[in-house]
Design a binder for this molecule. Structure first.
Ligand code: PHE
Ligand code: ZN
Length: 896
């Protein structure tokens, strides 16, 4: 990172910033090197003879020269078909055996003399040996596929790049008993019985698509089915396919799909374009879900939900992911990506679309706060660490590593800013134009920006920096109060990130209001746009003692730095009419106190004063009769230790400060004790009010959210009382939200009730993998002093396996997110995560590589832990058998 500042690296290229690229480093792919593919593939025919451990694939490609390709005669003749672990059993061109081919690494190269040809290649694959879960694999006796980003090349030799669009016809044949249901993209156009208990089906997808959207499923499945009628009156058959035992848990997914279909018609004018929409749930899946055309494949976690097994938050997640994948039908499938550097074109936009949908379904304020919390927990640290990259990266070694919070969540924030700048109606004009202009194409982020300029009437020249620059801008605020107005001087600065030593100012839209502490009415809101590095804005005062409310609704993904007095923050927390601003003021109050305390800057008096201010603000929230309980729960939430880590590690250059997770944890726990003691009466009163609300009472949801939060304060201040409360709640629970909430409190306590309830929970749900995942997670996340030993023991539990990504994440992602366990001062937590990476890498590299980033925080942490983390990264790097995925992440994390 340091060399990035020196004049020897004037280009700002991350690769040049790496001191000595090791010979093991996989090659770099660069955005600027994009070239069209020399061939078009208008039609593709795939023929599968299915078997769990031996599947024969015959792929027939109609190819013709691409007039848009410019190159030498040789380049024009060369058809490069990507493969990964494949060998060709047979190659035919235009119906005859063909010899003019060669291998280049794992790609197959064919030289074709004429304008158009038919190429047929036969391969064999073993789905049951596929533990990477990319390509065609077996999961619980069924066969399914995952092709994004580069999985199709594990199935057939093909130009496996998103700008090669083809119509697919897929025939599959297999044992009818093993695979009674045969699905692929599009519509079923034929089926029949064969010899020896075989049957077959043929599917055709009329919409040209890139290979990453191909899907096939074969298995013993049943569907929950209900048609949706589109606004133009077409009936769409909607199916949620699951194993029979799971059928009763699919209603919510199906209803969510219908809601999403309707919403997209109303909000974005987008109608569905096939007569069939299939969703299949599989229990082995690397990600959340996949938007394959007409045949989404989902992680069971985002399909199955009923009150006995899923929490309120799980229900929300199912609804959100179902909607997300559905929305991809337009933002991703009808308009796809030219190359993987454009990933945020589909992902950022689609995340924004699903966020807006969920806001409409369940209330804007709470959903916005949740989304900002996710951004701060996952994306801000990424932007501040060694893996920082722009939402449109310039280079990568392994594309799987770029399915990040930056591309997804910051990408959504960037498009949300365009919406703020344009206004809702103009934004819609922009998206209409975008869909209209690029329907059926593989587009770029630049295409999206241009459509916004032309359709929404925005001028986005400077705005394009948001696509190019990594790092979270910091905006400092200075205020000067005049007789009738307030002048704000705003300064923006984006810290340097790997490969990007200098940054320019970006346009930052800020919703803002000037309140008065001594006036009953609140100030009016307006939107200002900070464009320069430094700019002043004069706003009218609405009364004496002005208090500025800024970045309301979190209109810009930036960090606001300002020295607001405690009284002002308390005022905003209690009174602001923007719910996000209230939340933010509470967070600021707590962050300010906790970071100062963790840095050792507070004497006894200052410490007591800080706690008193928080007590007063918290009391106002606990007792405010106007607040609904879901929002109350948001306001009560103390900033997470990750967020405090970011705040404590802020500053750069000689002002750089390092985070001390141990001190953060202790101070935060102390604050919980103080609140539990000082507000005992208020907390109890609140608990008593919500404890026994019936499950289906409309107020029930907010109440369920509050209970474990209240109990968590008591867990710190009065563990015995908390154990009693939580045990009672657990025993009386008639739903998973209450049961899991209670168990999460118990898990952190050294109480007998902990063991008895953990056992009861396990026994009740031992046949439900998703709930057993929760059982692992609750223990891995707990505040228990013995958490490391407990996680170690859980890894030896008969239900634990490295082969199922949900299970791996349920134990180890949870543990890596447990500040007390992961940051254990002796380094045992770091070692455990490094061990997992090494063990998982040969099984599932994509999932293994996702565990690297927690260790990448070493540069911003106090020196003792920094050395321990770094040495674990080095230990991983020393392995000479690393996957491309893990190798890239580890080198970036160690690079100077
Ligand atoms: N494209 C999927 C989504 O965001 C995510 C995904 C990526 C799934 C890669 C699988 C593999 O909706
Ligand atoms: Zn997506």
């Amino acid at each position: 990172m340091d060399s990035a500042r020196t004049p020897t690296n004037p280009t700002g290229n991350p690769e040049l910033a790496d001191a000595a690229p090791s010979p093991q480093d996989p090659p770099v792919i660069r955005r600027k090197d994009y070239r069209p593919f020399p061939w078009l593939v208008p039609e593709t025919r795939l023929d599968f003879a299915l078997g769990l451990d031996n599947t024969r694939v015959s792929a027939t490609l109609k190819v013709e020269r691409n007039p848009a390709f410019e190159g030498s005669r040789d380049e024009k003749r060369t058809l490069r078909l990507n493969g990964d672990g494949l060998s060709a059993d047979q190659i035919e061109v235009d119906g005859a055996r063909f010899g003019d081919w060669s291998m280049d690494g794992s790609d197959l190269i064919v030289q074709l003399p004429d304008e158009a040809h038919t190429v047929e290649i036969v391969t064999h694959i073993d789905p049951s040996a596929n533990t990477a879960l990319m390509g065609l694999y077996a999961s619980g006796g069924m066969l399914c596929t995952q092709c994004e980003a580069e999985g199709f090349r594990r199935i057939a030799f093909f130009p496996d790049r998103p700008d090669v669009l083809s119509t697919y016809t897929v025939r599959m044949a297999g044992d009818k008993a093993l695979f009674p249901v045969l699905l692929a993209n599009g519509n079923k156009v034929g089926e029949g019985e064969g010899a020896d208990g075989e049957h077959w089906a043929e599917w055709h997808d009329p919409w040209p698509k890139p290979s990453y959207l191909f899907a096939l499923v074969a298995g013993d499945l049943v569907a929950n089915s209900r048609p949706f009628t589109t606004r133009s009156g077409r009936e769409v058959e909607c199916n949620i396919w699951v194993r029979e035992a799971d059928l009763s848990r699919t209603d919510h997914a199906l209803e969510s799909l219908h809601r999403a279909m309707k919403w997209d018609e109303e909000t974005f004018g987008r109608e569905y374009d096939l007569d069939l929409y299939n969703i299949v749930a599989v229990s082995d899946f690397n990600m959340g879900a996949m938007e394959n055309k007409g045949l989404n494949v989902f992680n069971t976690k985002y399909v199955l939900a009923d009150n006995d097994t899923a929490t309120d938050a799980d229900f929300d997640a199912v609804e959100g992911v179902i909607a997300h994948e559905y929305f991809h039908n337009w933002s991703g499938n009808r308009v796809t990506c030219r190359d993987w550097f454009q990933l945020s074109l589909k992902e950022g936009f689609t995340v924004l679309r699903d966020q807006l949908f969920s806001q409409d379904m369940r209330g804007e304020a709470v959903k916005r706060i949740e989304d900002v919390r996710i951004l701060r927990a996952a994306q801000f640290p990424e932007d501040a660490g060694p893996l920082a990259h722009p939402i449109r990266p310039d280079s990568y070694r392994e594309i799987s590593n770029f399915y990040t919070a930056t591309v997804y969540n910051k990408g959504a924030e960037v498009i949300r800013m365009m919406r703020t700048l344009a206004g809702v109606e103009n934004f819609r004009r922009g998206t209409d134009l975008y869909f209209d202009r690029h329907d059926g194409e593989a587009a770029t982020c630049e295409d999206f920006i241009s459509a916004m300029e032309d359709g929404a009437g925005l001028e986005l020249a400077q705005f394009r920096r948001w696509y190019r620059q990594a790092g979270t801008p910091r905006v400092s605020v200075e205020q000067a109060v005049g007789d009738s107005d307030v002048t704000l001087t705003l300064r923006q600065q984006t810290p340097r990130t790997p490969g990007q030593p200098t940054k320019g100012p970006v346009p930052i839209p800020l919703r803002i209001a000037v309140h008065s502490r001594d006036s009953a009415t609140l100030g009016e809101e307006q939107t200002i746009v900070l464009r320069l590095a430094e700019e002043s804005f004069t706003l009218p005062k609405s009364g004496p003692a002005p208090v500025v409310s800024i970045n309301r609704g979190f209109t810009a993904p930036v960090i606001i730095e300002r020295d607001l007095g405690v009284d002002d923050l308390v005022f905003l927390a209690a009174r602001d009419d923007d719910p996000f601003a209230r939340y933010e003021a509470m967070q600021d109050l707590a962050v300010r106190h906790l970071v100062a305390a963790a840095r050792g800057e507070l004497d006894e008096a200052a410490r007591a004063a800080g706690k008193a201010a928080l007590r007063d603000a918290m009391r106002a929230i606990l007792t405010d009769p106007e607040l609904d309980d879901a929002m109350r729960a948001e306001l009560m939430q103390l900033p997470s230790e990750t967020y405090l880590f970011e705040a404590m590690a802020s500053g750069s250059g000689k002002d750089a400060q390092l985070a001390d997770p141990g001190a953060i944890h202790d101070e935060r726990e102390q604050l919980k004790v103080a609140i539990g003691v000082m507000l005992k009466r208020e907390l109890e009163g609140l608990y008593a009010r919500v404890a026994d609300i019936a499950f289906d009472d409309p107020a029930g949801r907010g109440g369920r959210k509050l209970k474990p939060m209240i109990a968590a304060f008591f867990a710190a201040s009065d563990p015995e009382r908390a154990a009693a409360m939580a045990s009672r709640q657990f025993d009386a629970a008639d739903n998973m939200t209450d049961r899991q909430g209670a168990l999460s409190v118990l898990c952190g306590l050294e109480a007998e009730a902990r063991e008895t309830r953990l056992t009861a929970f396990y026994d009740r749900y031992k046949d439900n993998a998703l709930v057993i995942d929760k059982w692992f997670t609750l223990q891995a996340l707990s505040l228990h002093p013995e958490v490391i030993a407990q996680v170690r023991a859980l890894a030896d539990h008969p239900d634990f396996t490295l082969r199922n990504p949900n299970r791996v994440r349920s134990l180890y992602m949870a543990f890596a997110a447990n500040p007390r366990g992961f940051h254990s001062a002796d380094g045992a937590g770091y070692r455990m995560i490094a061990d997992v990476i090494l063990a998982l890498d040969p099984i599932n590299a994509q999932t293994a590589a996702r565990f690297v980033s927690p260790l990448g925080k070493w540069r911003r942490i106090e020196s003792g832990r920094a050395a321990l983390m770094k040495s674990e990264l080095e230990r991983i790097a020393d392995s000479n058998a690393l996957s491309r995925d893990t190798r890239e992440q580890v080198s970036r994390s160690l690079a100077r």
